[in-house]
Ligand binder design. Sequence first.
Ligand code: PEP
Ligand code: MG
Length: 885
Amino acid sequence: MTSQNKKIINKKRIYYFSSKLTEGNKEMRELLGGKGANLAEMTSIGLPVPPGFTITTASCAEYYDAEEKLPTDLMDSVYENMQRLEKETGKYFGSSDNPLLVSVRSGSAVSMPGMMDTVLNLGLNDQSVEKLALITGNERFALDAYRRLINMFGDVVMGIEHHHFETVFDKIKKRYKANRDSELGIKGLRELIESYKQIVKEHTRKKFPQDPYLQLQLAIEAVFRSWNIPRAITYRRINDIHGLLGTAVNVQSMVFGNMGDESGTGVAFTRDPSTGKNEFYGEFLINAQGEDVVAGIRTPLPVKAMKKWRPDIYWQLLKVKKILESHYRDMQDIEFTIEHGKLFMLQTRIGKRTGPAAVKIAVDMVKEKSITQSTALLRVPANDLNQLLLPSFDPKAKRNVLATGLPASPGAASGYPVFTSDEAVSRAENGESVILVRRETSPEDIHGMHAAAGILTSTGGSTSHAAVVARGWGKCCIAGAGELNIDVKRKKIQVNDVTITGKDIISIDGTSGEIILGDVRKCPPNFSKEFKILMKWADKKRKLLIRTNADSPKDAKIARDFGAEGIGLCRTEHMFFGDQRIIAMRQMILADNQQDRRLALKKILPYQRRDFEGIFTVMKGLPVTIRLLDPPLHEFLPQDEKSQRQLARSMKVPAEKIIKRVYQLHEVNPMLGHRGCRLSITYPEILEIQVRAITEAAINCRRKRIDVQPEIMIPLVGIESELSVLRELVENTIARIKQKKKFKGKLDIPIGTMIEIPRAALTADQVATHADFFSFGTNDLTQMTFGYSRDDIGTFIPEYLNERILEKNPFQTIDSTGVGQLVEMAVKKGRTTKPKLKCGICGEHGGDPESIVFFQSVQLNYISCSPFRIPIARLAAAQAVLLAQ
Ligand code: PEP
Ligand code: MG
């Protein structure tokens, strides 16, 4: 246990909340969990919340530290707080006269919808159920509550699988000709309760506990245990949730949505979590208990339908929506219950939303003067902008619509239907795009939902856990498509007279709810006006310039449209690969002397010149950093003998010549071998031809009045003298070409270097003497600092991450403590030589928001990332400034 945990533990373990006394507040989510902290907060701002108390997350940590034993005096404090609750409600726990029932719910600091356990109606037993029937005058209700308790308790606390209860329930319903759960009468329920008790006995060899305090203790332990069940662990891993103490336990007096037709329960969002529209969005069930809506067992009614059922409650809820939004200044996800026409709030939390919704809500709330521009910028997780960049179905494409469900999370996905989560994972691992199709998804499906391109369910509503989780990930989801008949066993979907199997592709449109047969053409994204506004605010705030990694006019155009302010890395290797070029390149590699090599390379010149002209034209007015050839030469020759012989025939050279050359070029560690600037030192003619192509292209553009700003970058420098030699060569070549072309205009081409070898970072003050700029190649720098081959990490990194030996994949998020030190040192040392030295980064980390925060902190001038990550980088760079304030 950390000393910080200890500090928390030594304090209070239980926090009470009621209209008379509220001990917690919304700032205490780390200790009380999100649910507990917000129950306290809602109580203190006067909303109708049933009273209760929260056992702290630190108690959960203690439970695990003591090898899964409750802290010794915890139950004494629980007892004291139950007495307070009894006094306040006038009901008594365990009393058969006026029984107090409680719910026991989990809730950690970061919301994990549906991942952990809940038990409702706790406190009922064979006697109190009869009293409850008498007091409420509603025998059916009391029995229904009791059967739910035995089922939930059996499942969550005693570990009996839910389907045992389900099977018996179905049998009894059939016998009594009840189509729905709510149609089963008193006799049937009594029989069901006896059968449930029997199931408990058979599976655990213990009776269902009649002592309410024993029920309560076991339920608290079960909620603590649920913190570490596999689905909760998987959810935390997928969502990168670390460092929490555990789950809190909320014990709250029960209110009942299943007391008849004047009762109900629902879940709602204060704004539409798919689109962000400022519209009350949610659903409810009449005569049902809390979990029925989220579990997706019955398809609920949209919350607007409440206007007809109980308009007074609908207006009351709208008032609550307003109060909560203006109090929290953010979109809320609420749970409520109506007992005999009286509204109670059971939860509020910041609502999960899609990327497009996050942008719209943030911008709208600034317009509503609820939050500032800076808050809006911090509200949108930069990576979620990815969802705005995803394609949607082309509106002009033909659609063979099979059915329509509830559009639960927007987007467009096509793939093969799969019927279990394990199949989703295994087929996705084989590279197939799959749609997970279920009657309802349960939290057990988390791994399959993550692997699938989209999720489709036949029951449940747009607030079912499937929908909530999908939206959190920005994954396309349709829920409640009731026309689908899903046969999980036979792996088939029947819809009207069409049968779909796992071999047919289907498409799902999470915006319209349409389920379509076949693959539908997709089209590029269309940016909302709110997105453009947010980007403008980001640009105003950020200090880092955003460039892109692009090596073709097409990518350069995409990047420029996304707001790139230059090219930070134009890799030139592909410019040697086209049909004619590769032949010339191979002739160059096979040539025996420099003269022949020059002749071969000259054939590539016009192609490269044209390539550069294309890129310069698209990027006119902006800098374009061109990196000279980097990979080892053997990559340009075929490696197997058959292809080598074929090549020999086509080049009309003896096969042995090629085989011998490949043998000569072979390296045990090519990534540490004859590549980068080492190639230019040994084959200066390659450098010369590239520099010539760049200079001629620039001159041609200038003559067409295109404002070109080329920069030349030398890769893999580790020693100052490598750069000084090559710089001279580049300068001389540029001067020669200018002279040859009789170009008198101004054409300065800065010459810089990549810093991607630790030695270059360590000696950056010397390297800077010959460099006009530095660009950190954090891919190679990570490879060489860790000593991990960047091409072979698949063999051990996943295990390192699972075992938490590494917190993050260092090739995705910069290792700020190790690799980052080298970056920081190189910037500082470089600027001691040249105070205004321009420094950027062009490794993959340039598009990672967390790394961008680091790059801002070491005062780089720019980051360069792939075109599609530019909006993310623009926002992340603004957030980096705000986070540093
Ligand atoms: C790098 O090493 O970070 C880099 C940008 O270059 P490349 O990935 O081409 O080696
Ligand atoms: Mg590199």
